[in-house]
Every structure is written in structure tokens, then in C-alpha cells.
Ligand binder design. Structure first.
Ligand SMILES: NC(=O)c1ccc[n+]([C@@H]2O[C@H](COP(=O)([O-])OP(=O)(O)OC[C@H]3O[C@@H](n4cnc5c(N)ncnc54)[C@H](O)[C@@H]3O)[C@@H](O)[C@H]2O)c1
Length: 331
């Protein structure tokens, strides 16, 4: 019999790719999602429970009925700018609602937990690439809400014997290479899907925030990681925990800094020119975020297989070309 993994947020962009990778590795993913931003057509890899993570009764029932061995938690609210406008939404959904979730899981005997954290916990970095030992000082409520949950995990693990892996993602991008699932947020705020949509004429020209950063072309530099590589890291993390490995916190990025200018140039090179204009910098956007993921490579045995930006962009573009504007996306 296969082992069942509860995937909170499994109807979302990254969560659905995690479910697909879990099936490929021989696990049964059980999606646990309230569909606040998730997509029903993305739930195609196993059973689904429709509920909020704070619903203790539903969590305990799901663990018992599906004989859950481990949990991967990707449920959350993800928009940085919204978190500045409405911080309590973020502290509520990303931190407070996770307290009854963790309590229900530990009381049900769950011992292994993988958490979607973020590079936003670091704030403005003082070293590039950024190791996990870098200080944490988020510049927005989204980053704080995630960092606070990491702290909750540490304390809960010390008290209960839960083991966890907190995975700090850099910029997730791309779509499954077979075109089955892709990135769909509403509103879409991420660069690569917005560039696809602008190139396809589904939204107005792309606005690029800042062309005067201290970078070679003046645009901000980020570390883009293919969502399938990210998903594979979750499979490795959950397998390690099920095999009794200790807790850990790991960056997930390729260690390659790519500027927004590089991304626009790559779209054009691939035949998908992106109409765009430049705006002023956004407050709190660091000039460079690049991961040192050597710890994840060593501890998880992880190595990204789709790191080149052309694969990331072309998989995203193909998915958007086929699926948008069927999926509603606000400009
Ligand atoms: N996309 C990125 O580049 C990125 C980077 C760093 C971290 N992350 C983290 O990865 C996770 C997944 O991101 P995504 O891009 O797939 O977002 P997404 O919005 O596509 O997926 C989030 C999923 O969580 C569900 N959800 C939200 N609140 C819930 C609740 N209270 N109870 C049950 N389900 C709930 C939503 O319905 C959705 O299916 C998030 O936690 C996000 O903070 C994403």
C-alpha cells in the first residue's frame, strides 16, 4: 500500500505540482484545500478534502480516514503588496490559522511536516548568495507571517517530537513540462506569468518596477526555480522525514541570478516579445535575491534539473497559451 501525504494548499500552483511529483514517486497525495485561491481542475492526482486548515475536526478526520503519514503545508496567502495593505489577513491565514492545524496534526500523531516558507524571511540581504544562516528581517507582513510560523514549528517540534523541514523558496516559475498544470493566480502578480500574459495580449504591457538598481542592467535580480524542481524537493524532504531524518530549514533556488532585463530578452529570443514599460522602484523590493542552496543539495540529495531560464519561460508560455484566458486573470 502507498503512503498517504496530506497536501494542504494542494489545489494551488505549487501544491498541484507537488501532488503530481508525489504520485510519480509512489505516494498518494490527499489535497486539503479551502479553494480560496485554488483551482478544482488542478486536483487530479488523488482524493480531496475541502476545508480550511483551521478546521480541527476536518483535519483530524482527514488524518484518520486517509491514514496520513506526513503533511506538506503549502496553504497560505501569497501576495506581498496585499500583505502591506491588509496585514491582519496574512497574520490570520499564514500564522494564526496554522495553530489549530498544527495542534490537530500533533494530537493525531503526525510526526513529519514540510512547510512552504519563502526567501522573503531574509528581507534586504547583506550577502549574495544568501545562506540559511543569514539574518532574518522581513520587509513586509507576508515575510513576517511565514517567519512566525517557522518559529511555531521549532517550538512545537521541541515539545512534541514533530520533525519538520521548512523550505524557503526563491521565485517559483514555469509549468509542468507536459503542459498538464501551470501557474494561475488572480490577480497574477508574478513576473513570468505576467510577461506571458502581456506577450499574448491578455493584459496591458508589462510594468517593470525599477531600472536604476545597482545591477548590470539596472533591473532587479532574482533566482527563478522551475516549479517541477521545487516539487521534487518536497518529495525528497518528505521521504527524508519519513525515514527518520531530523528537522531542517533549506533554501530552494538555483543559485543563478537573472535580471528582469535578462528575462525580457529571453522571451524575445524564444519568439515571445513582451511589450513593457518602466516604472519607479517598489518600496521593500531588494535589488538582488539569489539562494545558496548547497544545504538542500547535500541534505536532501536535491539537484535542479530544469534550471535554465529558457525551459522555465517556454513551459510557462506554452501553458498560458493553451489555458488563458480560459482561466480568469485580472490585469
Ligand atoms: N509562488 C512563489 O513563487 C512562492 C514563493 C515562496 C513561497 N511560496 C509559498 O508557496 C505556497 C504556495 O504558493 P502558490 O503560488 O502555489 O499559491 P496558490 O495561491 O496557488 O496556492 C495556495 C493554496 O492554498 C489554499 N489555501 C489558502 N488558504 C487556505 C486555508 N486557510 N485552508 C486551506 N487551504 C488554503 C488556496 O486555496 C490555494 O489552493 C504559499 O504558502 C506561498 O507563500 C510561493
Amino acid at each position: 500500500m502507498t503512503q498517504s501525504i496530506l497536501v494542504a494548499g494542494g489545489a494551488g500552483y505549487i501544491g498541484s505540482h507537488v501532488c503530481k511529483a508525489l504520485v510519480a514517486a509512489g505516494y498518494t497525495p490527499v489535497v486539503f484545500d479551502n479553494f480560496s485561491t485554488g483551482h478544482r481542475p488542478f486536483v487530479k492526482f488523488g482524493p480531496v478534502v475541502e476545508a480550511c486548515v483551521s478546521d480541527v475536526t476536518a483535519v483530524k478526520k482527514a488524518v484518520t480516514e486517509h491514514k496520513i503519514q506526513a503533511v506538506i503545508d503549502l496553504a497560505g496567502s501569497i501576495e506581498v503588496a496585499e500583505s502591506v495593505r491588509d496585514p491582519l489577513k496574512y497574520y490570520d491565514n499564514n500564522t494564526a490559522k496554522k495553530i489549530p492545524f498544527l495542534r490537530a496534526l500533533t494530537e493525531s500523531g503526525v510526526k513529519a511536516f514540510v512547510f512552504s516558507s519563502t526567501a522573503a524571511v531574509y528581507g534586504e540581504p547583506n550577502a549574495i548568495p544568501i545562506p540559511e544562516s543569514h539574518s532574518t528581517n522581513p520587509t513586509n507582513p507576508y515575510g513576517w507571517s511565514k517567519l512566525m510560523f517557522e518559529r511555531l514549528l521549532h517550538s512545537t517540534a521541541a515539545a512534541t517530537g514533530l520533525r519538520f523541514m521548512a523550505l524557503r523558496y526563491f521565485n517559483a516559475a514555469g509549468a509542468s513540462l507536459d503542459g498538464e498544470i501551470g501557474e494561475a493566480h488572480d490577480p497574477e502578480t508574478h513576473l513570468i506569468p505576467r510577461a506571458c500574459l502581456a506577450s499574448l495580449g491578455h493584459i496591458p504591457p508589462l510594468e517593470i518596477f525599477g531600472d536604476d538598481y545597482p545591477t548590470p542592467d539596472g533591473t532587479a535580480i532574482r533566482d527563478y526555480i522551475h516549479v517541477m524542481d521545487l516539487a521534487q524537493a518536497h518529495v525528497l524532504a518528505v521521504t527524508k522525514l519519513l525515514n527518520g531524518e531530523p528537522s531542517g530549514t533549506y533554501n530552494l533556488g538555483n543559485g543563478i541570478g537573472t535580471s528582469i532585463g535578462d528575462i525580457i530578452a529571453a522571451f524575445a529570443r524564444l519568439g515571445f516579445p513582451v511589450p513593457h514599460s518602466f516604472k519607479g522602484r517598489r518600496a521593500g523590493d531588494p535589488s538582488r535575491l539569489v539562494a545558496d542552496s548547497s544545504a538542500a543539495r547535500e541534505a536532501l540529495g536535491w539537484s535542479p534539473r530544469h534550471a535554465d531560464v529558457d525551459t522555465i519561460i517556454s513551459s510557462a508560455y506554452r501553458w498560458h497559451e493553451k489555458n488563458q484566458p480560459k482561466n480568469k486573470v485580472s490585469a
